[in-house]
Design a protein around this ligand. Sequence first.
Ligand code: ADP
Ligand code: MG
Length: 327
Amino acid sequence: PRLANQIAAGEVVERPASVIKELIENSLDAGADRIDIDVESGGVKRMKVRDNGCGIGENDLPLALARHATSKIETLDDLEGVETLGFRGEALASISSVARLTVTTNDSENGAGWKAASAGRDMTVEITPSAHPQGTTIEVKDLFFNTPARRKFLRTEKTEFSHLDEVVKRQALARFDIGFQLTHNGRVIHSLRRAKSLPEQERRVAAICSPQFMENAVHISTEGAGMKLNGWVALPTFSRSQADLQYFFVNGRVIRDRLVVHAIKQAYRDVLYGGRHSAFVLYLEVDPKVVDVNVHPTKHEVRFRDGRTVHNFLFSSLHRALAEVRP
Ligand code: ADP
Ligand code: MG
C-alpha cells in the first residue's frame, strides 16, 4: 500500500504548502474555529497543525490514516452534494507515505486523548494514550525523506515558506470566522483573531495584505442579478504595485478566472484612465447552481453558466464604487 500511497501523494503532496492546505481543510471540516500552524524551515523539516475541532475517536484513528477512508461520504449520492472540502479520503494516507506523520487527538471533552504514528513499509499504525484537549494536532516531519527524487524539486526554505504562507493567507481571507495563527521558525507571522464586525474584518485584511492596501481601498457591498459582491478594491493612491494582491472568492473558494480579471481590469481602466495594477480582495456569492467549481485539488477554476451576466455585474459594481471616490 505504501507505493500506491506514494503515487497518490504525487497528486496531493507537491510541497509543504499542499500539506498545509489539506490539513487546514481537514480542520475546517472538523468544525474547528481556531487553527494554529507552526512550521520549521519552510515546512520541509516540520509542520504542525493544531485545531479545536471534533477530534477523532480512538477506533476511527487507524481508518483516518488509511487510503480511501473518508468519514465524509456515506453513499454515492453524497458525492453529488459534497459540501465538505475534502472527500477523497487520501490526504492523510498520502502525506504519511512521504513523511513522518503523527496524529494526536481527542474527540471528547476530557483531556485523555490518543496518539497515532504511522511508520514502516506497511504503514502499521501504533496507538498510544496521550493527553490532548478536544481537537486534533497533526505533525508532519521530514517531508519527502524517503522520496529523494521529489525532495529535489523543493526550492529554498524561503520560497517554500512563501507558498505555505500564501495558502494560510487565502484561508484566513476566506474564513473570517476562524482564528488563525502561523508561526515560522519560532516567529509569529500571523496572529488573527476571529473577525465578526466590518472593522475587525478590515483589520484582518490589513494584517494580511498590508495596512497600505486597506488605507487606500474602497469597500464594496452590492447586490444584483441574484449575486452579491463584497470586499475591497485599491484606489490609485495605493502605489505599491503588488500584482499578486488579487484575491477573488466565489462562494468562499479562492479562484483565478480570466473573465473575472477582465471585468475588474476594464472597470479600472474606464474610471482611472490607464493600465494601473489592480489590487483587490473580493467575495462573490452566487447560486451554486449557476457555477461549476472544478474540484481538482490543485486547480482553482470555475465555470459560470452565464459568464456575461457575471462580467456585467462585476464591471458595473466596480465601476460605480471606483467612480464614486474618484478625485
Ligand atoms: P478526507 O478529508 O478526504 O476525508 P483525509 O485523508 O484528509 O480524507 O482525512 C481522513 C479522515 O481523517 C477524515 O475523513 C476525518 O474523518 C479524519 N480527520 C482528518 N483530519 C482531521 C481533523 N483535523 N479533525 C478531525 N478529523 C480529522
Ligand atoms: Mg481531507
